[in-house]
Design a protein around this ligand. Structure first.
Ligand code: PLP
Length: 450
């Protein structure tokens, strides 16, 4: 019988949780994290865990960065808040916008700020619709995303997401948002099909879908460089090259959702660089502030910005923005984060850890219950199968992924399960010794799971 601690009982009494089985919560209770230290976090019972997922793929600089704490407290004492409506600004939002343009993977013209990845993607959808009205193509409004994508939870971004739990009983997706193939080679390639041929087939399917819908009705294509919450799915070789040819042919904008991939995760500053994407719009959040403050950004190129600006002149305003767009405290923390990435050469550090990370992960290939090991840079997944040889998944009732996460906790390790896919997305500051420790804890976890 579950006997909740005082903290847990108070949580159960009052807290409506995100992405949680709410019916089961009173019997399971929360894991209450009280502090952090580098790549480790500690719960209210004093148990320490190595956080192998950077919490929600976001705490890239770990959980106790003093520079970020100081940047935040200095900003709070300086200018705790001002808004960005009607042309108002503040020095940190100005500096951050310019900094982001200087690190963008492709030439971008302007940066819009919001508070979360979902808001960034929602804003991108609205910009795309506004843009097409502005250029006199009001019928060009459909947006294509992919099955298994994760773009957030607001009404439009949840619609873009291609996961059942984001749609079911929320009456989503909304109109004008369509989904095409998930680019997961291991799962969806036909027998004997090469990665390149799989990519060709998916690009052909995309073209057929655009033609079926009518190219004059298709506005944009959203893609994460590596799909994150859909299961850490890197694109098959040549995929974005072929997809972008199709998009260019029918004048369809490309939006790169870099919310997980941005700022070093893929071994380069942006996943767009790793996979040769040339987006018109790029959305980013999470690593932008290493999660020390809520902030997200939408970068748009001049092709998109100029007509939007012109149209807003006709209407009298661009009628979109959040109270906290360009919040000076969040902007100060984001600026300091970007400085640390640069000064500490975090991308170089990631590259230096990649051989060790991938050697450890690859050692699980062929192991009992391991179906596929996949990922890029410092983001990876191990997908568990009941019978990997015959590609037989576990019965969902077994809750294999959730069980492995529970065992991990007993070994002082936090990993994340997406169904039966186990995610690794450690803070980018992790050291070689800590990476060894991560896999030592995971090995013990797998030994118990077996
Ligand atoms: N886009 C991607 C690729 C994400 O992984 C997420 C969150 O995990 C989001 C968007 C939504 O971000 P947020 O939870 O900050 O709204």
């Amino acid at each position: 019988m579950y006997d909740p601690s005082e903290n847990a009982a108070a949580d159960i009494a009052a807290h409506f949780h995100s992405f949680t089985n709410l019916a089961a919560h009173p019997e399971v209770g929360p894991l209450v994290i009280t502090k952090g230290d580098g790549v480790f976090v500690e719960d209210d019972k004093g148990n320490r865990y190595l956080e192998a997922v950077s919490a929600l793929w976001c705490a890239s600089l770990g959980f106790s960065n003093e520079r970020l704490a100081k940047a935040g407290s200095d900003a709070l004492r300086g200018l705790p808040y001002y808004h960005t409506f009607t042309g108002r600004s503040n020095p940190t939002v100005i500096e951050l916008a310019n900094k982001l343009l200087s690190v963008a993977p492709v030439p971008m013209s302007k940066v819009f700020f919001a508070n979360s990845g979902s808001e960034a993607n929602d804003s991108a959808v609205k910009m795309i619709w506004y843009y097409h009205n502005a250029i006199g193509k009001p019928e060009k409004k459909k947006i294509i995303a992919r099955l298994n994508a994760y773009h957030g939870v607001t009404v439009a971004s949840a619609s873009l997401s291609g996961l059942v739990t984001n749609h079911r009983d929320f009456d989503l997706p909304i109109a004008n948002i369509l989904h095409v193939d998930c680019p997961h080679y291991f799962r969806y390639a036909e027998p004997g099909e090469s990665e390149e041929d799989f990519a060709t087939r998916l690009a052909d399917n995309l073209e057929k879908r655009i033609l079926a819908e009518g190219p004059d009705t298709v506005a944009a294509f959203f893609a994460e460089p590596v799909m994150g919450a859909g299961g850490v799915i890197p694109p098959p070789a040549t995929y974005f090259e072929k997809v972008q040819k199709v998009l260019a042919k029918y004048d369809v904008l490309l939006v790169a959702d870099e919310v997980v991939c941005g700022y070093g995760r893929t071994g380069e500053m942006f996943g767009s660089t790793t996979f040769g994407m040339k987006p018109d719009i790029l959305t980013t959040a999470k690593g932008l502030s290493s999660a020390y403050a809520p902030i997200s950004a939408v970068m748009v190129n001049e092709k998109v910005y100029a007509p939007i600006a012109r149209n807003s002149g006709t209407i009298g305003t661009f009628g979109h923005g959040f109270t906290y767009s360009g919040h000076p405290v969040s902007c100060a923390i984001a600026l300091e984060t970007l400085k640390i990435y640069e000064e500490d050469n975090v991308v170089g550090h990631v590259q230096s850890l990649m051989p060790q990370f991938w050697k450890a992960l690859r050692s699980y290939e062929g192991r009992k219950y391991v179906g596929e090991v996949r990922g890029v840079g410092l983001v990876a997944a191990i997908e568990l199968y009941a019978d990997p040889e015959n590609r037989t998944s576990f019965d969902p009732a077994v809750k294999a992924g959730a069980r492995l996460v529970e065992i991990g906790l007993t070994q002082g390790l936090i990993v994340r399960a997406l169904g039966d896919t186990i995610v690794f997305c450690p803070p980018l500051i992790i050291t070689a010794e800590e990476l060894d420790e991560l896999f030592a804890r995971f090995e013990r976890t797998m030994a118990i799971f077996e």
